[in-house]
Design a protein. Structure first.
Length: 391
């Protein structure tokens, strides 16, 4: 996710300088002619960015990285220039059905634990960086894809396994996204999507980025929810998909590419929820689920609040995150109904992101039991909206 308050951690001299020159050394922090071994970044490449006021500006990758360091919000629309230009008509009187899977949801969420997320996140935050244009970002993605496949083969019955497809969704950059699809039993084209982003970044892209909270936490949170639902012996009537996006930190690249492909195929995405940062409980604050209310679908967001009240052990608070904040934004932009939950009120979220300090052991504020509440929410979202039942 994007975090403008990070600016306070960047020395004022850097912030003021368009060139990002380290004053003492008179050497640019980012140098378009430098070699960055293990990274596949062309700092001279031209990118098209879109801003909240609708304006579009062409600039170099180097200038884009500088904008991000200054906390500016944007979509990089270079490869998805038409995502919002042909409309999907949302009906005005649409509503989601009343909650009806109380027993099923409770049975599944009591099987969720912190064990898998802990073990998975230890490995996943151990890659030097999961930067979307890096070799280690590619390796972390291959590890994750294998981990997802193992989870399916060890947790799901043969019948459910035969309805599941897991595959990489390749991009023009190094790290692929990952899509797991569970075909519904009813034959409907309606699809429920649960997402997180797998890439991480340091403010300086070539430095280490453990990305434990951003968004390793969301990545393992939804994987635990997946394990729970496919272990239940039940099957969904609607199609249910779990997405792990690449390139979120590059301007919501992976999710935009997927949303564009789905829109081009007239896919019927019924509901989408993004989980980006699910671990942090700031010292002195009450444990809550932050339900983001801007750049989301209000009907689905109200539904998410109902799920929190019905199934979680902690309450929600409404919060806002801003333009192009995480991958739900790509689905909203494409005209689909999307929602976003985060670890806390936005201003209480993890201050260590985009740095070497975004680790699981940086502070007791990093909480796997907090994360578990989000796995419960993701499972409830999948079960209620996907209508899981005995097949
Ligand atoms: C769900 O079931 C529990 C008991 O298992 C009950 O306490 C709760 O009121 C039920 N909630 C709804 C919304 O039916
Ligand atoms: C799921 O459904 C799609 C669309 O009907 C079909 O193309 C695909 O082969 C199915 N996948 C599995 C694993 O059954």
């Amino acid at each position: 996710m994007k975090f403008s308050a990070f600016l306070i951690l960047i020395p004022a001299a850097l912030r003021a300088s368009a060139q990002l020159v380290v004053q003492e050394q008179q050497r640019p922090l980012l140098d378009a002619s430098a070699q960055y071994p293990g990274f596949h970044v062309d700092l001279n490449a031209q990118r098209l960015l879109e801003f909240e006021d609708g304006s579009r500006v062409m600039m170099s990758e180097l200038e884009k990285l500088e904008l991000k360091m200054r906390g500016e919000r944007f979509f990089d629309v270079t490869e998805t220039p038409n995502l919002n230009s042909f409309g999907i008509k949302k009906s005005v009187d649409f509503s989601y059905p009343a909650l009806s899977k109380n027993e099923t949801v409770r049975d599944v969420i009591k099987t969720l634990t912190t064990d898998g997320p802990k073990a998975n996140l230890e490995v996943f935050s151990g890659f030097k960086t999961r930067y979307y244009r890096s070799d280690s970002g590619r390796e972390s993605q291959e590890w994750l894809l294998n981990r997802i496949k193992e989870t399916v083969s060890t947790s799901a019955s043969d019948a459910i396994q035969s309805s599941i497809n897991v595959q990489a969704f390749p991009h023009s950059w190094t790290q692929s996204s990952i899509i797991l699809r569970i075909n519904g039993t009813s034959g409907t084209d309606e699809t429920v999507v649960i997402g997180a982003h797998q890439d991480s970044t340091n403010m300086l892209f070539f430095l280490p980025a453990p990305g434990a909270d951003d968004d390793g936490s969301g990545t393992v949170t939804i994987l635990e929810a997946l394990r729970g639902v496919i272990s239940s012996g039940l099957r969904p009537k609607k199609n249910v998909e779990f997405h792990w996006y690449s390139g979120e930190e590059g301007g919501l690249l992976g999710s935009q590419a997927i949303a564009q492909a789905y829109k081009a195929a007239s896919a019927n995405v019924y509901a989408m929820i993004q989980m980006d940062m699910t671990a942090w409980v700031k010292k002195g604050t009450k444990e809550v689920v932050g339900v983001v209310e801007d750049f989301v679908d209000p009907t689905l967001t109200d539904y998410v609040k109902e799920l929190v009240e019905a199934y979680l052990d902690i309450p929600y608070v409404a919060t806002a995150c801003g333009y192009a904040c995480s991958d739900h934004g790509s689905w909203s932009k494409a005209g689909y109904r999307s929602s976003f939950t985060i670890e806390s009120e936005f201003h209480d979220s993890d201050p260590n992101i985009h740095s070497t300090r975004d680790t699981i052991d940086v502070s007791p504020e990093f909480s796997f039991t907090h994360m578990l509440e989000f796995s419960k929410l993701a499972a409830a979202f999948a079960i209620e909206l996907g209508e899981w039942e005995k097949a």
